[in-house]
Design a protein around this ligand. Structure first.
Ligand SMILES: [Zn+2]
Ligand SMILES: [Zn+2]
Length: 279
């Protein structure tokens, strides 16, 4: 039986609906799944309905941008109830992401006649294409030849995650717990890939001390050392051990070198620890 606790619909930057996610999960024999849109909670009701019809166990999820030291990490939250304090932090993360794109266009205005702040404000794109507004705008106005090409402008024009007021890991972990949910660090490889085993353990310890309750130990891009070290740390501290594909549908396929399709991780139930989410 397969488990996949990390995927995106067109409510954030993926290209599929919750129903399409469930259809694909059935094909790929995934029996327990969570949709984890970036800073968006909209897919939960549709997921519940679609999953129940086919006997899949749905787990409520979301992926949140969180400030950690001088960087931004992705925190997954699972199995939480409605709690305004948590929702306010998720909305803050979402609005900071939007502010970053607004600032980028403002910084670029004047440098290129094809774009302007007022034009960007009025601009809309088809959500079924995945991605996000800033990338589509730059692509549609001819400033990048691929959707992903717009990324480089964020760096060039000084729009750095570290400059924005994302909720902190500690704030989010506390709010997720207060909502009866579990906080899990998404794809640690993205931030810690150059660390030694000892350095990695030190980072995990600091995150644990901030209230982190689990780690996405099994992820397509992970090294064996990353997976093993994270799983051993989680076992020792009785934390959740999760797995996810980070499926985005058609968006992202050009940028990804590995298979990140729903159910792509060859992980059996005895390798993970998600029992608290199934109560
Ligand atoms: Zn992520
Ligand atoms: Zn993701």
């Amino acid at each position: 039986m397969k488990v996949d606790l990390h995927m995106h619909t067109y409510f954030s930057d993926g290209t599929m609906s919750p129903q399409e996610i469930v259809d694909k999960a059935v094909n790929r024999e995934v029996k327990i799944l969570a949709i984890t849109d970036h800073n968006k909670l909209d897919s939960w009701e549709d997921l519940q309905k679609a999953a129940q019809e086919v006997g899949i166990v749905p787990i409520r999820g979301v992926e949140i941008n969180a400030a950690y030291k001088n960087k931004v990490v992705h925190l997954l939250a699972y199995g939480f109830e409605n709690l305004q304090k948590l929702f306010d932090l998720i909305d803050l993360a979402d609005s900071e992401m939007q502010r970053m794109s607004d600032d980028l266009i403002a910084n670029m205005e004047g440098a290129d006649p094809r774009i302007s702040v007022s034009d960007f404000k009025a601009y809309n794109y088809d959500r079924r294409k995945g991605g996000w507004k800033g990338l589509h705008y730059l692509f549609d106005r001819g400033l990048s030849d691929k959707l992903f090409g717009g990324f480089k402008y964020y760096r060039e024009y000084g729009c750095d995650f570290a400059e924005y007021n994302f909720p902190t890991v500690a704030q989010l972990c506390a709010a997720i717990k207060a909502a009866g949910g579990y906080s899990v660090l998404a794809h640690p490889m993205s931030y810690f890939k150059d660390l030694s085993k000892e350095e990695l353990e030190e980072e995990l310890q600091q995150l644990y001390d901030m209230g982190l309750q689990g780690v996405e130990c099994y992820y397509p891009t992970h090294s064996e050392m990353m997976t093993k070290t994270c799983a051993a740390f989680c076992k020792q501290h009785e934390m959740l051990i999760t797995t996810g594909s980070d499926e985005h549908g058609e968006f992202g396929k050009e940028a990804k070198t590995l298979d990140q399709t729903i159910g792509c991780m060859n992980v059996t139930r005895d390798m993970i620890h998600i029992e608290p989410l199934l109560k």
